[in-house]
Write a protein that binds this ligand. Sequence first.
Ligand SMILES: [Zn+2]
Length: 510
Amino acid sequence: MSEKTPPRVAIIGVWLESNRQAPTAVQADFRSFYELEGAAILEAARHPNPAITGEAAAFVKTMDATGPWEPVPILLAGCHPHGPIDGALMDDYLAICRKGLAEAGPLDAVYVANHGAMIATDRDDPDGDLIALAREMVGPKARVVVTLDLHGNISERMVSECDLIVGYRTNPHVDYIERGEEAALSLRLMLAGLAEPKSAFIRLPLTPASVNLLTASGPYGAMIDYGTRRRAELAGDILNVSIFGGFVFSDSDKNGVAIIVTARHDLARAQMLAREIAELGWDSRAQFRKKLTPLSDAVQMALKTNRPPVIYADSGDNPGGGGTGRTTELLSALAWAGADNVLVGSFFDPPLAKRAHEAGVGGKIRATFNSHAGLPCDQPFEADAEVVGLHHGTIIGRLGSAQGKTMHLGPSAALKIGGITVVVISERFQTLDPMYFEMFGLDIGKAATVVVKSRGHFRAGFIPWFPPENVYEVDTEGLTSPVLDRRQWQRIPRPSYPLDEDVSWTPPQW
Ligand SMILES: [Zn+2]
């Protein structure tokens, strides 16, 4: 294409983080979050408070802001973290993308907006399938640029079939916008002939639970800080450093902490830095372990008076990692102990939310939490409750990971059970943002104990009230329990630390 023609960039993506033990993600699960084709993608991306993944919105806005381009929007689908994608549905999405790319005419680039930790019911690397399809359809000369969540599990093919992968660098994730901008600006560099990217890739036999992958401190944060500093020192030579902590619960053969360093031109430079970061991570592997707070300790602490306010992460049941969002273990233990001045949010239970809406504010109901139990760790819990708040559930996040994002939580209610107020929602979101409570006028600053269905992202939304020393990760059962040795693993390559003690790794001899 001539230099004067605005670049034509296709947009595709299937965004899913798969927990192998969670239910299969089917089309209705995507549709309840987003499944967009054609012009609707651009409309969603250009919205001031987008409901789609932030990096895809930022990519489009940054391309808009940095010169002429012709977007060719094909498919963007996204699902809350769930189980493997239904294999037939993945085939349908691939077929839509294949057709769209085939009919698009000449393309200069494809942008792929995926999570990176997707598995399918019939295969382990659907992210790789989509990236490879993009390359196949546009040929070796066009650019393929990918954004991924840092919990992505990276296959060799995902790296080799694209020009650049840009992963998040913060956990809790608060850099979606910067990463979308970075992907767009890097693409502009490539299109201007100022970068001919070469990537080095290393995957370690290291599969920590997500509670060990915070970036403000700890061994993973140290790897990311090191990569950022070295990239600055190698000014100009390194286009991108992305370090993936991975998502252990995908339980796939591409699991393992992964380092991708992309040089502007010089592969040897990328290899050198990738090896440095990998060695740093491997040498600090013993730190990728963490002790949780036993449930009984959490209950005892909740009963104490004259202590600082605390927040509990219900770590076994994080909907943001494929948890059901409706296990009752922690809620029932606090209720039976008679804990007072407690806020619990959020509990995913559409029938209960409906019941509360029918009863109205001030209504007294016999509430059954999790009436549709499906797992051994997933018992129903009954209590007398008063409806103290009702809401339609469409909110805009105001702090942390969800800041500025539109979230549709569905019909929502606040139920009071003795000294505990529980927020019930109808879409399976993790508790990310103070708005989950504030939409009912509940004051987080006055609570003695707050409980969230979230593993780590709540930290960014709740830090004004709860500094890290007042955060407790409670050891509860569920699909996201960070106690890895309680689970039967099927596909993770073994040995792998910390599942196995005796693991060796040597750097690649490129
Ligand atoms: Zn993530």
